[in-house]
Each structure stands twice: as C-alpha cells, then as structure tokens.
Design a protein around this ligand. Structure first.
Ligand code: 5GP
Ligand code: ZN
Length: 114
C-alpha cells in the first residue's frame, strides 16, 4: 500500500468498480457520480497533477483520451456528447493528487461549470 489512493487501485490493493484496464491505464466508476455515467480514467504511473506531466508522459496522457472515447462509445453516448475534464490544484477542486480524467455522460451538461 502507498499513501496514494489511485496508486493502490492501479496495483490492485484496492478494488474499484473497473470499467477498463490495460497495462498503462485503469478506468473505474466514481464513488460519488455527478452524471448517469461518471468514470475516472487514470494512468497507472503516479503523476501528481497536470503541473507534473512531463514531455515523456505525452503518449500516456493521450491514452486517457482514447480510453474516454472508447468508454463513451461502450456506454452509448458518444454521439449525443459527453464531457472529459481534469482538475488541477486547489482552485479547480482537485482532491486526489494522482491525475485522473473525469468522463461524464448520459445527461445534458451545463456550461460553464461552477
Ligand atoms: P477531483 O476532485 O480530484 O478532480 O476528483 C476526485 C474524484 O475521486 C471525485 O469525483 C471523487 O468522488 C472520487 N473518489 C474519491 N475517493 C474515491 C474512491 O475511494 N473510489 C472511487 N471510485 N472514487 C473516489
Ligand atoms: Zn498515485
């Protein structure tokens, strides 16, 4: 166990409701969903926030988006639309300091966010 919740999910120590997994990425349902589908997509590698993403992580971060697209298709709302968002730091409301893409879909989403 580490002190990072999402690293413990990536290693299998903690078992979330997994939607997709491969060697680089894990996707699981948010414990406090804000839409009919609310999935978090994380790299298995620990990266604290967007501010710590390095050039060599660009391909890995891209995989978060291709995973979001695949899950949106699987969940059936790819054509209707959906939102992917990554919060960075306190002002954005980041609470877990291991980067994660929120995938939100299945309802009309308001813009701008609060
Ligand atoms: P942030 O606020 O950092 O952008 O997003 C963190 C997200 O992680 C929140 O939407 C929160 O509901 C979710 N979360 C926090 N703890 C857990 C947990 O133990 N399991 C799952 N599945 N999601 C969690
Ligand atoms: Zn971590």
């Amino acid at each position: 166990m580490t002190d990072c919740l999402f690293c413990n999910m990536a290693s299998g120590e903690i078992k979330p409701d997994i939607v997709f997994e491969n060697d680089a990425v894990l996707a699981f349902r948010d414990i406090n969903p804000q839409a009919p589908t609310h999935v978090l997509i994380i790299p298995k590698k620990h990266i604290t926030s967007i501010n710590e993403i390095q050039i060599e992580d660009e391909t890995l971060v891209g995989k978060l988006y291709t995973t979001a697209k695949a899950i949106a298709t699987q969940e059936g709302f790819a054509e209707d639309g959906y939102r992917v968002v990554m919060n960075c730091g306190e002002d954005a409301g980041q609470t877990v300091f291991h980067i994660h893409l929120h995938l939100l879909g299945g309802r009309q989403l308001a813009w701008p966010p609060g």
